[in-house]
Design a protein around this ligand. Structure first.
Ligand code: TIU
Length: 242
């Protein structure tokens, strides 16, 4: 069991029964010319999330945690995009419109793809999702059930939209959820801070939050325990030698 120094208290997990859900680390949200920018946002605010999210993926992968990448996107014919979603607001480009990274938020287009640092690796799971939550209209629930996953670690963008929605969906499905602070980000720093606070309020009404440093320290400690158990003779070896 690995224990992370988290809020509102320690978050414990077994790697074999835990998945990292990395939400929507797509060019359309993080790079200029995509959906995030079309909505009027300063996408440079998300740049610091990229290295932290990449480190979190690497840490989790190294310890045997299943890595799940979600991707908000729609079919080319927009049959899975409700008009209410496409027509909301006054963006400079709407979902499905051609932009500098291809059609906005359409599967297979460059903008809907992952940033280079967060490319899925063999063995990872990729979940394309039409909504903000990753359980709605996807096979995520079945994937997690098949792999006997009970705890979820979260990162990705944006904190108060797709990350928070998915955490709440997961919470209602009985998962224990941890959000890693540096590995998530928002176009609105105050919304990120409020989301972190509301997740862990009321005794962890939605889940736990922890710094990336705390996750790194917990995994380092777990690994040092493993090497210690190799280095030290166990009881049966000692009795054999006696
Ligand atoms: N607009 C915004 O903050 N987010 C989204 O539209 N999608 C995700 O959060 N992935």
């Amino acid at each position: 069991m690995i224990q992370v120094d988290a809020l509102p208290g320690p978050f414990e997990f077994e790697p074999a029964h835990t998945a990292l859900v990395m939400i929507d680390m797509q060019r359309d949200f993080i790079e200029p010319g995509g959906f995030g920018a079309a909505l009027g946002n300063d996408v440079s605010l998300l740049a610091p999330v990229v290295p932290a999210a990449a480190e979190l993926v690497a840490l989790c992968r190294a310890i045997g945690v299943l890595v799940v990448h979600t991707q908000e996107c729609h079919r080319p014919d927009l049959s899975d995009c409700p008009p209410a979603k496409r027509l909301r607001g006054k963006p400079s480009l709407r979902i499905g419109d051609p932009g500098p990274m291809g059609r906005i938020l359409i599967e297979g287009e460059p903008g809907a793809g992952f940033v280079p640092e967060l490319m899925p690796q063999p063995g990872d799971v990729v979940i394309a999702k039409p909504g903000k939550g990753a359980f709605y209209g996807t096979r995520l629930a079945e994937v997690l059930q098949d792999q006997q996953i009970t705890r979820l670690i979260f990162g990705g963008v944006t904190t108060e939209v797709c990350v928070q929605t998915t955490m709440r969906e997961a919470n209602d499905r009985g998962y224990e959820c941890l959000l890693v602070e540096e590995a998530t980000g928002s176009y609105f720093p105050q919304f990120k801070a409020a989301t972190l606070a509301m997740i862990r309020a009321q005794g962890g009404i939605v889940g736990w939050t922890a710094s990336l440093r705390a996750v790194r320290a917990a995994l380092d400690f777990a690994r040092s325990g493993e090497s210690l158990s190799f280095a030290l003779p166990n009881e049966s070896n000692q009795s054999k030698g006696a």
